[in-house]
Design a protein around this ligand. Structure first.
Ligand SMILES: C[S@@+](CC[C@H](N)C(=O)[O-])C[C@H]1O[C@@H](n2cnc3c(N)ncnc32)[C@H](O)[C@@H]1O
Length: 220
């Protein structure tokens, strides 16, 4: 049902979450990931995010995971990136020089399907999922990445009763509850962004903060 919802949103072009500029928190805080040129970033639930282009421009290699073929086709076409497509039991692998996207259900991927991952970038991915699915997302993410991989997580935080998600509200307490067992959670910044978000103002939100977290695997 979750998958159908997103497949239909992409078919209908209802992609208000897609941004035409790079995420300012990503460009500001990327160094916190402690990675260098040639290192590999996983972008779960990547859509056709332009942030992946910026990450490539910093000489990182990028692997995205996205369930909608409409999104993945659009990403490669709109950015004029030559690519090959191969079929696997979990879905389709779109491969180019520096960006690969697995067109598949994130929950069906195993670490063996991925290259060695050095870091994770999550903007609008965790918050796309309803509350009951988020613990599975965290468990799956922890399975897919090595202990050394840090994650930059960007969420939205607003009074949940004022709007139905997605995007869902995920505040600091939620992030600590979700990730706290397996990750050290550092809260980096919380920025009021309501003034820049007319579509959320129109929905009647009284408060909207964009929050950034650094997650470091808690090695026992
Ligand atoms: C809110 S969008 C965010 C996309 C991207 N992170 C961005 O910043 O533009 C969430 C994306 O997750 C994808 N998605 C949802 N569930 C998924 C799943 N189980 N596996 C892979 N992708 C999924 C949707 O198709 C959608 O493109």
């Amino acid at each position: 049902m979750q998958a159908d919802f997103w497949l239909q949103r992409w078919q209908a072009g209802e992609i208000g979450f897609h941004r035409h500029e790079y995420n300012a928190h990503m460009t500001r805080f990327i160094d916190l990931l402690g990675i260098g040129p040639g290192d590999h970033i996983l972008v779960p639930l990547c859509g056709k995010s332009l942030d992946m282009i910026w990450l490539c421009e910093q000489n990182f290699r990028v692997t995205g995971i996205e369930i909608s073929p409409v999104a993945v086709d659009a990403f490669f076409a709109e950015n004029n990136i030559e690519h090959d497509i191969s079929e696997y039991e979990w879905g389709l692998m779109y491969q180019s020089d520096s960006i690969n996207i697995l067109c598949a259900d994130f929950f069906n991927i195993h670490s063996a399907d991925l290259p060695h991952i050095d870091a994770v970038y999550d903007r609008a991915s965790l918050i796309a999922l309803p509350q009951d699915i988020r613990p599975d997302y965290v468990t799956q993410l922890a399975r897919l990445i090595p202990d050394t991989a840090r994650s930059l997580l960007i969420t939205l935080d607003y009074p949940q009763q004022e709007m139905n998600g997605p995007p869902f509200s995920v505040g600091e307490a939620d992030v600590k509850q979700l990730f706290g067992q397996q990750f050290i959670v550092e809260s980096i910044i919380a920025e009021d962004c309501l003034a820049n978000e007319p579509r959320f103002q129109a929905k009647g939100l009284s408060r909207l903060d964009e929050r950034v977290f650094l997650l470091i695997k808690n090695i026992p």
